[in-house]
Design a protein around this ligand. Structure first.
Ligand code: FAD
Length: 449
C-alpha cells in the first residue's frame, strides 16, 4: 500500500505541496472547493497577479520547474513611486542585478502546478468538494459535492485551505490553543490598466508602481498580456474609505482628487470599482498547527499575512520546502513518528511566519506613506552605502526578506537594530557623502552587527 496524504485546498500552496509529496513517493488526494480553474475563468478582482521572490523560487527550482516558470515572469527591479503632482521616481529594490522580484499570474502558476502534480500519476484533484467538518475520531471529513454531503475517509490530512481554513478550526477546537485573527481596518479592490493599441504596457513594465497617498494607496503589477493589475488599498471606514466612495460621482471625485495621472489609464473605472469585490485583509497567528499525527496546517491556513511585503505565497512555498526537507520518503513513512514530524514543521516555521506577519504590517506604512518622505529616502541611501562598505555585516532588511533565504525571524531582529542605527545616522547627517567607513564601523560595532 502506498502511503496516502489528503490535502484540503488546491490553491498555490496545496498544488505545490501535492507535487512535493508526490516526488517523495506519496499518493496525494487534493479536495478543492472551487471548479478546476484550468477549465473556467477565475473571477475578476481577486488578486490576479502576485510577486514571486527568492524564497518562493527555491522549492520550484528544487523540483526543476523554473525553466518553464521563467516564461511566466516579468522582472520588477524596484518601486516606481508616483507622488501626487510630481514626476515619478524609481527606487531600486537592491544594488545588484539579482535584486529583483517577479510578477506572475496567480491562475497561471496555480494551473501549472496542478498539471505538473497530476503528471506524476500520484496526485488526484477532487474539484467542487467543499470540506466543512473533520472528525478526528472517525478519521473522516464531510465534503459538500453539488449540494450533497459526502463523508470521506482519510489517513493523514494537511490543510492548505487558506485563511478561512476548516482544518485550522478543527485542530484548534481539539487542543488548548493560541489563536488570533487580526482583521485589518483596510481592504482592497482590484482595477485594471488595459494594454495600449499595440498590446504594450502603458507604464514601465519592469517596476512595481505605487501611488502613495498617506492613509491609502494604489499599486500596479504588470501582466504578460500588456495589462497591469491595479490594487487600491484603503480604510474601510472614515472620511476617505470604502464606506464613503461608492457612487459614480464619489468614485470620479476620489480619483480626480488623488489619482489624476493614473485615472485616464484605468479601464472601465466605474464598472470595475462597483462590480469587483472588496477584499478583506487579515493576519492569522495560531498554535498548534497540528493535531497528534493526524492533521497539519500550512500556508495561509496556518499564517495568513497582509500582502504588503508580497510574501504570503512565498512564505507558504517556504513551508513546502521545509516539508520536503523534514518528511521521510513514502517508503519510510510507516516507521516515522508523524506527531513529531508535524510538530517540527510548526517549530521551524511558526517563528518565521509570525515575523513576516509583523514585517508585512510595517511595510504597509512604508508603501503608502514613508516612500515619499525625505528621511526614509535618506536612510535608504545610507543603508545602500553601508552595504557597499560592509557587505558581510549589513544587508538592508527589505533585501534580507526578498532576496535571501535567511529566516524571516532573523531578518526581523536584525532589522530592529538597523532601524536604530539608521535613525542615529539620519539625525546627524544629511547626505551619504558625509559618511565614512570609520563612522559606520563604530555604529556597526555599537549595535553588534
Ligand atoms: C491582494 C493580495 C495580494 C497578494 N500579493 C502577494 C504577493 O505579491 N506575493 C505573495 O507571496 N503573496 C501575495 N499574497 C498572498 C497570497 O495570495 C497567499 O499567501 C497565498 O494565496 C496563500 O496560498 P494558500 O494556498 O495557502 O491559500 P489560498 O491561495 O487561499 O488557497 C486556498 C485554497 O483552498 C480552497 N479552499 C478554501 N476553503 C476550502 C474548503 N472548505 N474546502 C475545500 N477547499 C477549500 C480555496 O478555494 C483555495 O483554492 C497576496 C494576497 C492578496 C489578498
Amino acid at each position: 500500500m502506498i502511503e496516502k496524504i489528503t490535502l484540503i485546498g488546491g490553491g498555490l500552496v496545496g498544488s505545490l505541496l501535492s507535487l512535493v509529496l508526490a516526488r517523495k513517493g506519496y499518493s496525494v488526494d487534493v479536495y478543492e472547493s472551487r471548479e478546476d480553474m484550468r477549465k473556467v475563468n477565475i473571477s475578476a478582482g481577486r488578486s490576479i497577479n502576485l510577486a514571486l521572490a527568492n524564497r518562493g523560487i527555491k522549492p520550484l527550482q528544487a523540483l526543476g520547474l523554473m525553466n518553464e516558470i521563467n516564461e511566466m515572469l516579468i522582472p520588477m527591479k524596484g518601486r516606481m513611486v508616483h507622488p501626487e503632482g510630481e514626476p515619478a521616481n524609481f527606487q531600486p529594490y537592491g544594488q545588484t542585478t539579482n535584486d529583483v522580484i517577479y510578477s506572475i499570474s496567480r491562475g497561471q502558476l496555480n494551473s501549472f502546478l496542478m498539471t505538473k502534480a497530476e503528471a506524476t500519476g500520484k496526485v488526484k484533484f477532487f474539484f467542487e468538494h467543499r470540506v466543512s467538518h473533520i472528525d478526528f475520531e472517525k478519521m473522516t471529513f464531510t465534503a459538500n459535492v453539488a449540494g450533497t454531503e459526502k463523508s470521506i475517509n482519510f489517513n493523514r490530512i494537511i490543510g492548505t485551505d487558506g485563511a478561512n481554513s476548516p482544518v485550522r478550526q478543527a485542530i484548534l477546537s481539539q487542543e488548548s490553543k493560541q489563536d488570533s485573527e487580526a482583521v485589518l481596518d483596510h481592504s482592497y479592490k482590484e482595477l485594471t490598466i488595459a494594454p495600449d493599441e499595440n498590446g504594450q504596457h502603458k507604464l514601465d513594465a519592469n517596476a512595481l508602481h505605487i501611488w502613495p497617498r498617506g492613509e491609502f494607496m494604489l499599486i500596479a503589477l504588470p501582466n504578460l498580456d500588456g495589462s497591469f493589475t491595479v490594487t487600491l488599498f484603503m480604510p474601510n471606514h472614515g472620511f476617505t474609505s470604502f464606506d464613503s466612495v461608492n457612487t459614480k460621482e464619489e468614485i470620479h471625485h476620489f480619483f480626480d482628487a488623488h489619482f489624476t495621472s493614473i485615472k485616464p489609464l484605468l479601464d472601465d473605472l466605474i464598472g470595475s470599482y462597483q462590480n469587483n469585490p472588496t477584499g478583506r485583509l487579515a493576519t492569522i497567528k495560531c498554535s498548534p498547527w497540528h493535531y497528534k499525527d493526524k492533521a497539519l496546517i500550512v500556508g495561509d491556513s496556518a499564517h495568513a499575512v497582509v500582502p504588503f511585503h508580497g510574501q504570503g505565497m512565498n512564505c507558504g512555498f517556504e513551508d513546502c520546502n521545509a516539508i520536503a526537507e523534514l518528511f521521510p520518503a513514502a517508503d519510510n513513512a510507516k516507521d516515522s513518528d508523524w506527531q513529531a514530524l508535524f510538530g517540527e514543521v510548526e517549530q521551524v516555521r511558526k517563528i518565521n511566519s509570525d515575523a513576516i506577519a509583523d514585517m508585512a504590517l510595517e511595510n504597509y506604512i512604508e508603501m503608502r506613506d514613508s516612500v515619499r518622505q525625505h528621511e526614509f529616502l535618506l536612510q535608504k541611501q545610507f543603508a545602500f552605502k553601508i552595504q557597499q562598505w560592509f557587505p558581510k555585516r549589513f544587508t538592508p532588511r527589505y533585501a534580507m526578506v526578498m532576496f535571501e533565504h535567511r529566516p524571516y525571524s532573523e531578518a526581523f531582529e536584525l532589522g530592529k537594530k538597523h532601524k536604530q542605527l539608521l535613525s542615529e545616522l539620519s539625525d546627524t547627517y544629511s547626505c551619504p557623502t558625509q559618511l565614512n567607513g570609520d563612522i559606520v564601523k563604530e555604529l556597526l560595532d555599537k549595535y553588534q552587527l
